[in-house]
Design a protein around this ligand. Structure first.
Ligand SMILES: *[C@@H]1O[C@H](CO)[C@@H](O)[C@H](O)[C@H]1NC(C)=O
Ligand SMILES: *[C@@H]1O[C@H](CO)[C@@H](O)[C@H](O)[C@H]1NC(C)=O
Ligand SMILES: *[C@@H]1O[C@H](CO)[C@@H](O)[C@H](O)[C@H]1NC(C)=O
Ligand SMILES: *[C@@H]1O[C@H](CO)[C@@H](O)[C@H](O)[C@H]1NC(C)=O
Ligand SMILES: *[C@@H]1O[C@H](CO)[C@@H](O)[C@H](O)[C@H]1NC(C)=O
Ligand SMILES: *[C@@H]1O[C@H](CO)[C@@H](O)[C@H](O)[C@H]1NC(C)=O
Length: 593
């Protein structure tokens, strides 16, 4: 160990960095020892902070009082206090109750006005310093003037979505559920008032097309500060998201920014956080060992929230969904599945359900997901590349090995030679330390996630794999008039048919476009054109960019799920700009549907 330390000290001058590496190696050698005590509920759960518990009470009372029409539970958990909690709570408890906790509309509205600040007032507008109305070199391949004009409007939306945390929050964080992040950020929009984890990757892709490098880095610095504080990137920048993460794309953000800016010091500052995050996804309940049919043991990851109560931002909805469960242990298990599904980013989808028409059968923690492991493989490759770039061959080598192991695991556990795609694997319901792969664990249903590994160069540079994937993707039923459907199930959940989501279009298209096969590249371009058209047409009709689109026909936005359709919208804007940057738009190609 001592020899190793001296070696590290000689090659890397930054003491913080050395510390992280030492911690990292310590942790990777100890993390195999985590015992598997209970099959269903690993991971400790601490109680909610008092502010969150109080705002949950306000949320439940508001539902009883105002009724369920247009009710958004998140609105109440995002409010902040005008006075300290004990005074506020005393006032709230002394409101006159009519029956079963119900307060009159007048009394509750009066209380909220007097004692609480409106949701969203904890963030203030921030003028991005690197915004220009038409940056030089903006989308050089877009020749069509109509498209160019529209793209500049999308570009100008970065201004609308740019925020920073109000100084009041930083001075008095106990009154807010918003976390006191220091740097400016870009938010998704509408009810998503704060910065989100995986959304930020596509926001950043758009900001890079918009040449807004400082705004892009600033988002990453905020996310890194969350890793410093919590050990992982939170789902979003609120205290009530501190029990789960989201699809891990921090390394992808850093490497894309580095690619455009060549900023080595940015990479150096980011690497310790990436090492820490890698540990988070490869230890404790997130880590699963599985033995394949040939007897090799692999290590893969799953989504697993450290939470077994209703999600505070959706408490009233989660309690309602859990009503049909009869005892507390079943409810706790279900709440953990709800939070773990939120960690997956696909909340909600039949992809995670044992019974497609029963949300209480969510079983996300029993699934080894193709997409999550693809993102972690990317993380390992990114870390190896960055470590090499800054001259740290030890870390680089370690992560190259880790990526080789995960590639092998992905091929062995997920790849189906006959169906020529990667399938999620369902763990059988048992408590084993090492799971045993069985053919019946493969989930052979068509999901967009079955094709996400093609995003990774290891796969898209292999022509024979790409050929197979193009063929199986074409016959999957997922390719629709206006883009890639998420699944084929008509469930009315938002990560199901007929919704298409910008991030899924982007990773699959980008993967196919990187191939040397003409067939894959033209498939990528065809999907991108459909996606751009439907975004354009819907924007012309509604005046806004949407969170999701209905892929059945050009010009329709999406619906379903537990809240009304949202506009703004960070990742959709980012993907339109990234597609236009990659493929351009010729003068004579019609943009309308
Ligand atoms: C879970 O979130 C709560 C806030 O809601 C926080 O107080 C607690 O520390 C978190 N627990 C874990 C294990 O992260
Ligand atoms: C909260 O505010 C009230 C009234 O301003 C004050 O009397 C009380 O001491 C405060 N409590 C705490 C815990 O700060
Ligand atoms: C963006 O902000 C500008 C200026 O505040 C406003 O006029 C415009 O309506 C906003 N656009 C959207 C789509 O929100
Ligand atoms: C950025 O990415 C492109 C495309 O993958 C690659 O050709 C280029 O070399 C990269 N640039 C840097 C500085 O890494
Ligand atoms: C809870 O109810 C389920 C059936 O819905 C049952 O299988 C389970 O044993 C019960 N658990 C406890 C702790 O009572
Ligand atoms: C699936 O759930 C629905 C709705 O709760 C129920 O009617 C049906 O019987 C369930 N199917 C199976 C196979 O359990």
């Amino acid at each position: 160990m001592r020899k190793f330390l001296i070696f590290v000290i000689q090659i890397i001058p930054n003491p913080n960095f050395i510390f992280s590496i030492v911690i990292y190696f310590f942790l990777i050698t100890t993390m195999n020892m985590v015992p598997c005590s209970s099959c269903n509920d690993l991971g400790h759960v601490k109680s909610s902070v008092p502010l969150i518990s109080f705002l949950e009470k306000v949320q439940e009372t508001a539902l009883d009082t105002f009724g369920s029409v247009n009710f958004d539970p998140k609105l109440y958990i995002d409010m902040s206090l005008k006075f300290n909690l004990s005074k506020t709570e005393k006032e709230f408890d002394s409101l006159k109750r009519i029956k079963s906790g119900k307060v009159s509309v007048k009394d509750l509205s009066g209380f909220i006005k007097m004692y609480l600040n409106e949701a969203g007032s904890d963030l203030v507008y921030h003028e991005p310093t690197d915004f220009e109305y038409e940056p030089s070199g903006f989308l050089p391949k877009v020749d069509n003037l109509k498209v160019r004009k529209w793209a500049l409007e999308i570009h100008s939306l970065w201004k609308n979505l740019s925020r920073k945390v109000d100084d009041k929050v930083i001075e008095n964080p106990d009154l807010y559920t918003l976390l006191p992040l220091k740097y400016p950020m870009v938010i998704p929009g509408s009810r998503f008032r704060e910065v989100y984890y995986w959304d930020s990757y596509w926001v950043i892709r758009g900001l890079l097309a918009s040449k807004m490098y400082e705004s892009a880095k600033s988002i990453v610095y905020n996310l890194i500060s969350l890793v410093d504080e919590y050990g992982f990137v939170l789902n979003g920048a609120r205290a009530y998201y501190s029990n789960r993460s989201q699809p891990p794309l921090l390394s992808s953000m850093v490497s894309e920014i580095y690619n455009r800016t060549n900023d080595l010091s940015f990479v150096k500052k980011s690497l310790p956080a990436l090492l820490k995050e890698h540990k988070f996804w490869n230890s404790g309940a997130h880590k699963v060992k599985i033995q394949d049919s040939k007897g090799c043991i692999h290590s893969l990851s799953r989504y697993y929230a450290m939470w077994n109560k209703p999600r505070p931002e959706s408490l009233t909805i989660d309690k309602e969904s859990a009503l049909k469960l009869l005892n507390d242990s079943d409810k706790q298990h279900f709440y953990r599945e709800l939070a773990s599904t939120a960690e997956s980013g696909w909340d909600f989808s039949t992809r995670w359900m044992r019974n497609q028409s029963d949300l209480t059968t969510l079983a996300t923690t029993s699934i080894l997901p193709v997409d999550l492991n693809t993102y972690i493989l990317k993380m390992e490759l990114d870390i190896a590349f960055m470590a090499k770039t800054i001259g740290d061959s030890l870390i680089a080598e370690h992560f190259l090995e880790a990526s080789e192991a995960r590639r092998t695991a992905i091929n062995s556990i997920f790849w189906n030679t006959e169906k020529e795609q990667w399938f999620d694997y369902w763990l059988s319901n048992n408590c084993e330390e090492v799971h045993q792969w069985e053919a019946q664990g493969e989930n052979q249903i068509s999901f967009a996630s079955n094709f996400i590994p093609i995003w990774i160069e290891l796969f898209n540079s292999d022509d024979s794999t790409v050929k197979k994937v193009v063929k199986s993707f074409r016959s999957s039923g997922l390719l629709c008039a206006a883009g890639i459907a998420t699944t084929l199930s008509h469930s009315s959940e938002q990560w199901d048919f007929p919704n298409g989501w910008a991030p899924l279009q982007h990773v699959i298209v980008e993967g196919l476009a990187r191939s040397s096969l003409k067939e894959a590249r033209s498939m990528a371009e065809d999907i991108a054109i459909r996606w751009i058209r439907t975004n354009y047409e819907t924007y012309k009709e509604t005046g806004t960019m949407h969170e999701k689109y209905d892929v059945e026909a050009c010009g329709k936005f999406g619906g379903g799920g537990e809240y009304v359709p949202q506009t703004g919208f960070g990742w959709s804007n980012g993907v339109v700009l990234a597609f236009l940057e990659e493929f351009g738009w010729p003068q004579d190609l019609e943009i309308g549907c």
